[in-house]
Design a protein around this ligand. Structure first.
Ligand SMILES: [Zn+2]
Length: 1089
C-alpha cells in the first residue's frame, strides 16, 4: 500500500454494486477530500482504458445575455492548461495511443471523456492479453500505462485551464460552425421552437448552442471582454463537489484510486449547491392549451402532445412514467397506433416521460401522420385522450408492471459490455442523479417494484387542461406568420380553440361504451423469454472463423456457437442473393416498396417481441435481400417463421401502399435537404461504381409504380435466388440447420446459377488523372458547401496497399483535424481517413464549410504538402508509435455478441469471406518502414505526384454569401495569404500586400485569368518579404489554389465530369471481389466433394 492510500484511512469505499450476471469488472466508489466523487472500474481484460468527468452545470446556467456560454466553455477547456500549455497536447497524446476524446453539453451537465489503449505493448496475433491476469501482474507503474498520461492531461482541464487568448475566437468559430451545421436540421429547429414557446422564466426557453453573434459580436458590442466571461463562468460553476469522475482501466482499484487522488484532489472545491428548478414551471397557464403549427425543412408530418409532467429522479425504484409510455406507446393490438394506423392516419408513434432537470419534467406523445392523418389531426388527438381515459379508468395494472419488471431484470442480468468510453461517460452522468450508490449500474435500467400510488399520481398529469399541441407540416395550415429567432422556423401559435378543446374534454370523459372497442389494454406478452440457460464450454481461444456446416449448390450455412459472451441470445442472418432488386432504377424502387410493405404489415405482430429483446430486420440491397433476427434465442424461431411467411405471402394492400409510397417519396425528397456531408458520400460512390442509382432517378420511377406492380414483382425476386445463412450465439448446430431448412421450405427458391451471381467491381482511376465533379446542393437555405477529396490507390484486396492506407490514416488523423479545423477553422465537420468500398481503396479528406470548394481544395493540398514534410521529419519512435496505435485498433477486442456477428457477417456479405482480415492487416502493417510510407506518399498522395489519381466531389451551396465587392475580395486575398504564411511560420506584411493588391481590378472576369493577381503576389513574396524561391513557389501555389486563380489554366488540370455515363464508359473496371480462399476449406473437417 502506498503513502497516499494510508493518508485516506477513514475514506469510505463502496464496492458491492449490483451488477449484471456476466460482469467481471470490479467497482469502487470513493469521495476525494475535495468532495469529488469517483467511480473506479478495474477490468483486467480490457484492451482500452477510459475516463469521463461529468460536471453538474450545463446550458440551463447560461448567462441570459450570452446564450451558448456553457457549450463554448466546454470547447475552450481543451485548449491548453498550465501543465500542458500546447493546445493539442491532449489529442496528440490520445492519438499516439489509439485513442480519441469527445465532450457534450446538456441542460444541466457537461460531460468530458476519452478512451485509449490500456497498455503500451501491442497485443500480437498469437498472444492476446491473458484472460487470467492476476492482481500481481497488473500494471502499476505510471510510465507503463498510457492511462496515467491521459488522466494527467485530462485532469488539468479541471485544475488549471488557460483559456488561451488566441484560441478563444477560433473555438467560438467552431461553435458557430457547429450551429450552422444544425440550422437546417428539423430536430434542432423544432426542439428550439418548443423551447422558445415555453415559460420565459424557465431556462429551458434559451438557445443553448451559441453562435458567433451571441458569443462574440454581441458581447463585444456591449463592451464585454469575452475571455473574461468564459473564465468567470468556469470559476462560478465548476467545482469539485459538482463533478463525478469515472476511471476504467486494467490497473487494480488501489492503483486507480491512488492516481485519481494524485491528479484530481487538486481540483478546487467551492462547495456549490446542486441546482434545482422547483419553483418555476416549464409551462404556465400562458403556455398550456396552446396549439402550434410549424413548417419543417423536411417533408414530414407529425403531431405532438406535450404534457406538463414531473421530475421522477427520486422514483427510480418504480419508474412510474414507464407504465404510461409502455401502454400509450404500444404498437400491438388494442393500441392507439394500431387503431389510427388502421384508419390510415399514422405511420408511427412514440411516447415517454423525461426528467428535464431537477424540478421539471415533460411527457410527450409523438405521432407520425399520413396525409389523411393530417386532415384528421383533431380525431387523432381525441383518440389519444380516449385511450388515456381508458387506462385511467382502471387502477394501475399489476400484471403490466410485472411484465416490465421481468423484462428489465432479464435485460440487466444479461447486459453485455459496451465500449469503455461509453461506459464511463454514461456512468458519469448517472452519478449526478440521486441513485443509491449500490444501484448505480442497475438503477436506470431495472424496475424494482410495482408502486400503484406513484403510477396513479403519474396518470393525473395526462389531462386535457395540462398539455400543448404541436403540428408539423409543410402544407398545413399555411400562413405561418411568425419566425423563431435562432433557426428561422416559420410557425403560428395560438390558444386551442374552445370548440376543439370541448371535443377533447368530451372524448376524455367518454364512458367505456362510447369509446371505440378497438382501444384496449395489450394482451399478455408471449415473447418474454423463459428459457435463459446458456451452455458454457470454456475454450482456450475463441474461434475467429465461423464454420461452414452446409455448402450445397444453392445453400450455404455458417455457424458458430458462442464461446465467449455466454448470453442466452442468438443472431441469425439470412441473405437471399439475386441481381433482380437492383437491375434498374425501377426494380430498385419496387424492391424498396416491397420492403416497406412487409415491415408495415409486421408492426403489430413484432412489437411484443421488440420490447422483449427480440428484433428483426428486412432490407433490400444491390445484391439481394437480407433478413435478420436477433435477441433472446428462446422464441427466435417463432418470430423468424412469421417474418419469412410475411415476406413470402405479402398482400400489397392498396390503402397501405398509397401511404408507404408517399412516405418513401418524401424520404427520397428529404434526402436532398439532409446534411451536405451525409449526401456527398453517395455522389462519390456513384462515381466509383459502374452501376448506382441516385435518389432523383428512384423518385421518377416511384411515381409510376402501383400496388399491383409490387404484388407481381416480388415473387420474381423470391423465385430464384441463392440462400446464405449464418447462425451465431446460444444455438446448437442442429438448430442452425433447422433454421436453414425453414428458410428453404418457406421461400422455396429455384437455384440461381453461379453465372448469374452479381460480381462486385469498381472503376479504376488511371495514374496521373484528376477529376472534379460539381453538384449544386438542392436546399436553397443551406449555407454549407462540402468537399470530398479522394485519392484512388488501388484494389482493396491488395493487403500491402491496405496496410499503408490504414497507417497513413492513423498518422494524418490528428494533424488534419488540428490544421483544418482547429487552426484554420474551415468548418465543424472535418474527416480524414481511408475509404474501402468493394474493390476501391483510397484515402480521403472531407470538409463541410462556408468557404467555397475551390478554397477548400487549396487548403487540403496545402495540408498534404505540409504533412509530407512532417512525414520526412518524423522520428523513428513516433513512426513506430503510429504503427502500434493502428495495430491496437485493428486488434481491438470484441465487446459483445452483436459485434462479433456483424464482423462475421460483413465478411460474408462482402463476398470476401476474409474472416482473418484484422490479423492480416496487422501482419502487413508490422513490417512497414518509414521509407515505405514516404515512397507510398510520394507516389499516391503528394500533390506533386504525377502518378496519383484524384477525384474531388464539390457539393456547392446555393445560399452564397452576398456577392463580394472588389474591396472584400482584396481583404479575403490578404487574409488567405496571411494564413498560408502563418502556417509556414512567416510573419505577413499586410500593409505592403495591400499596396500591391489595391490598384488591381479584382472583378470576377479578371480573377479567372488571374495573371495580374498572381504577379502581385509573386512580387510581394519575393521582393517585399524576400523569401527563398522554394517557399515563394509553395506559398504562391497554395494561394492561387485557395483564391481559385490556378484552376482554369493549369496544365493537365482536373477534368470536369459532366456526363457521368460517358465518363464511366471511358474507364476500366477492377477485378471482382472473390473469396480469399476456397469456401470448401471452411467446411468442418476440410474440403467437401
Ligand atoms: Zn460543440
Amino acid at each position: 500500500m502506498s503513502e497516499s492510500l494510508n493518508r485516506g484511512v477513514a475514506r469510505e469505499r463502496i464496492e458491492d454494486l449490483e451488477r449484471p450476471a456476466l460482469d467481471d469488472r470490479a467497482y469502487r466508489i470513493i469521495t476525494l477530500r475535495n468532495k469529488l466523487e469517483v467511480l473506479l472500474i478495474h477490468d483486467a481484460k480490457t484492451d482500452k482504458a477510459s475516463a469521463a468527468l461529468d460536471v453538474n452545470v450545463g446550458s440551463f446556467s447560461d448567462a441570459e445575455d450570452m446564450p451558448g456560454i456553457a457549450h463554448a466553455v466546454e470547447h475552450l477547456l481543451f485548449m491548453g492548461t498550465e501543465k500542458y500549455p500546447k493546445e493539442n497536447a491532449y489529442n496528440q497524446y490520445l492519438n499516439a495511443h489509439s485513442g480519441h476524446s469527445n465532450a457534450y453539453t446538456a441542460s444541466t451537465s457537461t460531460n468530458y471523456y476519452f478512451e485509449l489503449a490500456a497498455s503500451l505493448s501491442t497485443p500480437t496475433n498469437s498472444k492476446a492479453p491473458s484472460p487470467n491476469a492476476t492482481q500481481e501482474s497488473l500494471p502499476t507503474l505510471k510510465d507503463e500505462s498510457p492511462l496515467w498520461g491521459a488522466l494527467d492531461r485530462f485532469g488539468q482541464f479541471f485544475v488549471a485551464p488557460l483559456f488561451l487568448e488566441d484560441t478563444v475566437d477560433r473555438e467560438i468559430k467552431a461553435v458557430d460552425s457547429e450551429n450552422k451545421k444544425n440550422l437546417q436540421s428539423d430536430s434542432w429547429r423544432l426542439h428550439q421552437l418548443n423551447k422558445a414557446l415555453s415559460n420565459p422564466n424557465h431556462p429551458y426557453c434559451h438557445f443553448s448552442t451559441g453562435s458567433w453573434k451571441t458569443l462574440h459580436d454581441d458581447p463585444i458590442a456591449r463592451g464585454v471582454k469575452i475571455r473574461d466571461e468564459f473564465i468567470k463562468f468556469y470559476s462560478t460553476h465548476y467545482s469539485a463537489n459538482r463533478m463525478k469522475l469515472v476511471i476504467l482501466g486494467r490497473e487494480s482499484l488501489d492503483t486507480l484510486e491512488e492516481w485519481a487522488d494524485e491528479i484530481f484532489s487538486k481540483v478546487p472545491n467551492k462547495d456549490l449547491p446542486r441546482k434545482r428548478w422547483d419553483n418555476v414551471s416549464v409551462y404556465t397557464e400562458n403556455e398550456l392549451l396552446t396549439q402550434t403549427f410549424a413548417r419543417p425543412v423536411f417533408q414530414s408530418r407529425s403531431l405532438e402532445l406535450s404534457f406538463l409532467y414531473r421530475d421522477e429522479e427520486d422514483l427510480y425504484e418504480s419508474h412510474p412514467s414507464r407504465y404510461l409510455s409502455h401502454l400509450i406507446g404500444h404498437e400491438g393490438p388494442g393500441s392507439i397506433l394500431a387503431y389510427i394506423k388502421a384508419k390510415g392516419w399514422a405511420n408511427g408513434l412514440g411516447a415517454g416521460g423525461s426528467s428535464m432537470c431537477p424540478g421539471s419534467g415533460l411527457f410527450n406523445i409523438n405521432v407520425k401522420l399520413t396525409e389523411d392523418g393530417l386532415t384528421h389531426y383533431k380525431e387523432v388527438t381525441k383518440v389519444i385522450f380516449q385511450y388515456i381515459a381508458m387506462i385511467r379508468a382502471q387502477p394501475p395494472q399489476k400484471w403490466v408492471v410485472e411484465e416490465q419488471i421481468r423484462m428489465s431484470e432479464v435485460d440487466f442480468r444479461f447486459k453485455q459490455k459496451s465500449p469503455p468510453s461509453r461506459t464511463t461517460s454514461a456512468l458519469g452522468s448517472v452519478m449526478q442523479k440521486p441513485y443509491d450508490r449500490k444501484m448505480l449500474l442497475s438503477g436506470p435500467a431495472v424496475i424494482r417494484k410495482f408502486d400503484a400510488e406513484a403510477i396513479s399520481q403519474a396518470m393525473t398529469y395526462l389531462r386535457p387542461d395540462n398539455f400543448r399541441l404541436n403540428i408539423v407540416s409543410q402544407e398545413f395550415p399555411g400562413g405561418w406568420d411568425k419566425k423563431e429567432k435562432w433557426y428561422g422556423t416559420e410557425y403560428t401559435s395560438e390558444k386551442i380553440p374552445g370548440d376543439f378543446l370541448t371535443e377533447i374534454k368530451h372524448a376524455f370523459e367518454n364512458s367505456a361504451k362510447e369509446r371505440p372497442a378497438d382501444l384496449h389494454f395489450p394482451h399478455k406478452n408471449e415473447f418474454i423469454p423463459n428459457r435463459l440457460e446458456v451452455e458454457k464450454k470454456e475454450v482456450d481461444e475463441p474461434l475467429k472463423v465461423p464454420k461452414l456446416i452446409r455448402n450445397d449448390e444453392n445453400v450455404r450455412t455458417w455457424y458458430k456457437k458462442d464461446d465467449q459472451f455466454w448470453v442466452p441470445k442468438a443472431n441469425v442472418q439470412i441473405y437471399l442473393r439475386t441481381p433482380l432488386p437492383h437491375l434498374t432504377a425501377r426494380t430498385t424502387a419496387m424492391s424498396a416498396l416491397y420492403r416497406d410493405l412487409v415491415n408495415d404489415a409486421l408492426v403489430e405482430y413484432s412489437y411484443d417481441a421488440d420490447i422483449s429483446g427480440l428484433v428483426y430486420d428486412f432490407s433490400t440491397h444491390s445484391t439481394g435481400l437480407s433478413i435478420t433476427v436477433q435477441g433472446y434465442n428462446d422464441k427466435l424461431h417463432v418470430l423468424l417463421e412469421k417474418v419469412l411467411v410475411s415476406i413470402r405471402d405479402l398482400e400489397a394492400r392498396e390503402d397501405r401502399f398509397k401511404i408507404l409510397q408517399d412516405r418513401l417519396t418524401r424520404g427520397f425528397r428529404n434526402w436532398d435537404f439532409g446534411q451536405p456531408f451525409h449526401q456527398i458520400g453517395t455522389f462519390s460512390r456513384f462515381l466509383k461504381n459502374e452501376k448506382a442509382f441516385l435518389t432523383d432517378e428512384l423518385l421518377k420511377e416511384l411515381e409510376g409504380i402501383s400496388a399491383q406492380d409490387v404484388q407481381q414483382f416480388y415473387p420474381q425476386i423470391l423465385a430464384q435466388c441463392h440462400i446464405e445463412v449464418m447462425a451465431h450465439g446460444n444455438l446448437y448446430k442442429e438448430e442452425a440447420l433447422q433454421i436453414t431448412d425453414l428458410v428453404e421450405k418457406t421461400i422455396k427458391p429455384k437455384k440461381l446459377s453461379p453465372s448469374q451471381l452479381p460480381i462486385r467491381r469498381t472503376l479504376i482511376f488511371p495514374p496521373g488523372s484528376s477529376y472534379v465533379h460539381e453538384r449544386q446542393l438542392k436546399d436553397p437555405a443551406n449555407v454549407n458547401h462540402c468537399i470530398e477529396y479522394s485519392l484512388y490507390i488501388g484494389n482493396s484486396a491488395d493487403r500491402d496497399l491496405r496496410a499503408k492506407i490504414l497507417l497513413l490514416a492513423q498518422m494524418t488523423d490528428e494533424p488534419a483535424f488540428n490544421q483544418l479545423r482547429t487552426i484554420e477553422q474551415l468548418g465543424y465537420v472535418v474527416f480524414s481517413g481511408g475509404t474501402f468500398t468493394d474493390t476501391w481503396a483510397g484515402y480521403r479528406i472531407l470538409i463541410q464549410s462556408e468557404k467555397d470548394c475551390q478554397y477548400l481544395e487549396g487548403r487540403i493540398e496545402h495540408f498534404l504538402t505540409s504533412f509530407e514534410k512532417m512525414l520526412h521529419e518524423m522520428k523513428e519512435d513516433e513512426f513506430e508509435g503510429h504503427k502500434r496505435a493502428v495495430v491496437n485498433k485493428r486488434l481491438e477486442k470484441l465487446k459483445n455478441l452483436a459485434q462479433e456477428t456483424s464482423r462475421f457477417w460483413s465478411h460474408i456479405f462482402s463476398d470476401t469471406y476474409d474472416f482473418l482480415k484484422a490479423d492480416e492487416d496487422v501482419k502487413h502493417i508490422e513490417p512497414l518502414s518509414k521509407q515505405h510510407l514516404i515512397d507510398f506518399f510520394t507516389h499516391y498522395i503528394s500533390p506533386r505526384s504525377t502518378s496519383r489519381a484524384k477525384l474531388s466531389v464539390h457539393l456547392v451551396a446555393q445560399a452564397k454569401p452576398k456577392e463580394s465587392t472588389a474591396e472584400e475580395h482584396k481583404l479575403q486575398a490578404i487574409q488567405t495569404v496571411s494564413t498560408i504564411l502563418a502556417a509556414e511560420n512567416i510573419t505577413p506584411n499586410t500593409e505592403k500586400l495591400r499596396t500591391r493588391l489595391l490598384p488591381l481590378a479584382f472583378d470576377p472576369e479578371s480573377l479567372k485569368t488571374g495573371d495580374a493577381v498572381s504577379n502581385a503576389l509573386l512580387a510581394h513574396l519575393s521582393e517585399d518579404l524576400k523569401l527563398g524561391k522554394e517557399v515563394v513557389d509553395k506559398v504562391l501555389d497554395e494561394a492561387k489554389a485557395a483564391l481559385g486563380l490556378a484552376v482554369e489554366k493549369a496544365v493537365g488540370g482536373p477534368v470536369q465530369i459532366k456526363d457521368v455515363h460517358i465518363w464511366k464508359a471511358g474507364l476500366q473496371m477492377s477485378t471482382g471481389v472473390k473469396p480469399v480462399k476456397d469456401l470448401g476449406e471452411f467446411m468442418e473437417g476440410g474440403a467437401k466433394l
